[in-house]
Ligand binder design. Structure first.
Ligand SMILES: Cc1cc2nc3c(=O)[nH]c(=O)nc-3n(C[C@H](O)[C@H](O)[C@H](O)COP(=O)(O)OP(=O)(O)OC[C@H]3O[C@@H](n4cnc5c(N)ncnc54)[C@H](O)[C@@H]3O)c2cc1C
Length: 281
């Protein structure tokens, strides 16, 4: 199906983009277009104005803040993450996960900002960034704020980015000796996840987040608490995940029942935690 008629703007600066978004009720940012253009073709979204972020070089960089945070511009593509020496030094799991998304075309066009702003519960990055304790910087005409993953992901296709605002940066703490893991079950190779889990293990303890089981990533806090003693043997990690599935209320669809998803959540969380602890590839 062809797109319906839509106005198009290509601002040169972030301020100009924010001004355009704020001055048109039906304006929407366009990043890689890998989700937005498809839903527009299906008439599931019908913005009046597309504000293309393609020329905003300040959103395309990857660097470090003065306190060592990995700062990833919202327009950084998955392919950029895969090839970034900064990501490789600070948090290679970001590149490893980016490399498994869909196909080369999606990875060349799709952006980390678009991935989280669309807040699709089956996307790869929401649980990963929740487990990594990432923060999100949002800019609007009233200024800038930085919020946690818990505050950022609000619901299915809903985030804390308001009308007239842009996500500018995803900030990820450096690993500082932490290990990271990501596991799950996809529909076919490089397909959409049925359930996924991300984990990070450091001297501060474990953070585990489950994707695809609710509107937003779910932190496995009981599992995290049971791992607080620092025993990451397979037996201990399995015991820590026991009951995780029962605490979830996942959806059922043609790809799996709610019970199957509960089971997958436990298996994925164990695998992600063991990988983060260096006990599994
Ligand atoms: C065939 C196919 C398979 C896919 N499989 C997967 C998969 O398995 N896992 C996965 O994670 N993803 C998958 N995707 C989705 C892909 O990762 C998209 O790239 C991603 O969901 C959106 O990123 P984008 O840059 O293309 O954003 P766009 O489609 O351009 O935008 C998505 C939404 O975010 C908003 N937005 C974008 N950037 C900003 C910003 N900086 N500030 C505020 N709002 C913004 C847009 O207005 C829009 O509402 C798949 C896509 C395709 C086409």
């Amino acid at each position: 199906m062809l797109l319906r008629e839509v106005e198009y703007a290509r601002p040169a600066t972030v301020d100009e983009a924010i001004s355009l978004l704020g001055s048109h009720d039906g304006a929407r940012p366009l990043a890689g277009g890998q989700t937005l253009v498809n839903v527009m073709k299906q008439r599931a979204a019908a913005p009046d104005v597309l504000v293309d972020l393609a020329d905003l070089d300040e959103l395309r960089s990857i660097g470090f803040s003065s306190d060592g945070m990995l700062e990833i511009g919202a327009m950084v593509t998955y392919a950029q993450l895969e090839g970034s020496s900064e990501v490789d030094v600070a948090r290679p799991i970001l590149a490893e996960v980016a490399a498994t998304i869909a196909d080369v075309q999606v990875r060349n066009r799709g952006t980390i900002g678009g991935n989280v702003c669309v807040s699709d519960p089956t996307n790869h990055f929401p649980p990963l960034l929740a487990a990594l304790d990432a923060t999100f910087t949002i800019r609007g005409s009233g200024g800038e704020r930085t919020i946690s993953a818990d505050e950022f992901f609000v619901g299915v296709y809903l985030t804390a980015v308001g009308e007239g605002e842009l996500l500018t940066t995803v900030n990820v703490p450096p690993s500082s000796g932490a290990g990271d893991g990501f596991a799950g079950l996809t529909i076919g190779a490089h397909g959409t996840y049925i359930v996924n889990a991300a984990a990070t293990v450091s001297s501060d303890g474990a953070r585990v987040a489950i994707g695809c089981v609710a509107a937003t990533p779910v932190r496995a806090t009981a599992m995290e608490e049971r791992l607080a003693g620092g025993d990451y043997s397979e037996e201990s990690v399995r015991a820590a995940a026991d009951g995780l599935g029962a605490s979830l209320d996942p959806p059922a669809d043609v790809h799996g029942s709610a019970d199957f998803r509960r089971h997958l959540a436990e298996v994925s969380a164990v695998r992600a935690a063991l990988q983060a602890a260096g006990r599994r590839k």
